[in-house]
Design a protein around this ligand. Sequence first.
Ligand code: SAH
Length: 344
Amino acid sequence: MSAESGGRAERPLQQVEPEGDQQYFESYAGAEVHRMMLADKVRTEAYGRAIEALVEPGMTVLDVGAGTGILSFFAARAGADRVYAVDQSDILSVTEELVEVNGFGGVIECVDGVAEEIELPGKVDLIVSEWMGMFALTEAMFESVCRARDKHLAPGGRMIPGAIRMCLTPIEEPKLYDEHGLGFWKDDLYGFDYTPMVNAEIADLDTNSVEGDKAQALAPAAIVADIDCLRDPMEDYWFEASVDFEITRPGRLHGFLGHFEAVLAPGVVLSTAHDSPMTHWRQSWFPIREREVDAGDVFSLHFKARKDPTGVDPRKPTYFMEGEWRRKGDVVDKFFYCHHGTYE
Ligand code: SAH
């Protein structure tokens, strides 16, 4: 097998330690990040619809990572009796003011702390959380949500989101290919041949969030993980899957776009696909070495999502992509790539 990427050894999973996570919570202390999320109407309105559909008068709701409290406000407006708005970030002092200004002081209680560590007077009927980072897994906040679920959710309780589907699409997108590095080395630079730099680039690939709305799909999107947020254990989010893509038209394959779909409530699906309305997550770009493909070619992929195996940042995933490319049944090439997750 031609090892295309600088394969970093996998290490056992490290836990995200809530106590040693000061920097992470500081990144949520200012207004800008919350403005960006609230300005994302596709995201916020989908949560609003789901909460409206699932909250019934009398319910007790836990909002994991309340931020400025928007999901708690939706729950209170939908008739919840009690809402615990939990956040470990300093933004919570403003959230307390927002709760008062909006007249929800009797319903919403702001709790300063880590959701999986705090104690509540009883179990809750519903947990709502907007925990998804880039390609959902960046930030690994789902680990906190799973622990909070196991600790605080009453039997028969519900979760928003109730499921997360992770998807990949093989695409032709020369502009992204050039802008994000690999394509840059194709042309002469100042009259010199720099093409060997592609190998250096491939040895250190990142997956960035991009606007993939100009991308041409070369095969339909495939689901690589379908996670039940109510029942599946935390470990299942660090998924691996094998999938075959059958190319539907001739073109140049530049990489894969990753997106997720969050099933917030029955019939309320928040999709971050490149052909859905754009959200602040945009799409995740997994570049590979460019190649000319034909209709009928098959890409068999084994895809793995793992915590940063270097141990530098347990909130950053690393993705391993291994597989082969076949034409009329013959193996044309085998490949291995490793992409490092980023926060942007
Ligand atoms: N719910 C808000 C904010 C989402 S951002 C909205 O939809 O706009 C995620 C928030 O979760 C951040 O404010 C972060 O500080 C908080 N958070 C992350 N992990 C947490 C944990 N384990 N316990 C409490 N809050 C957490």
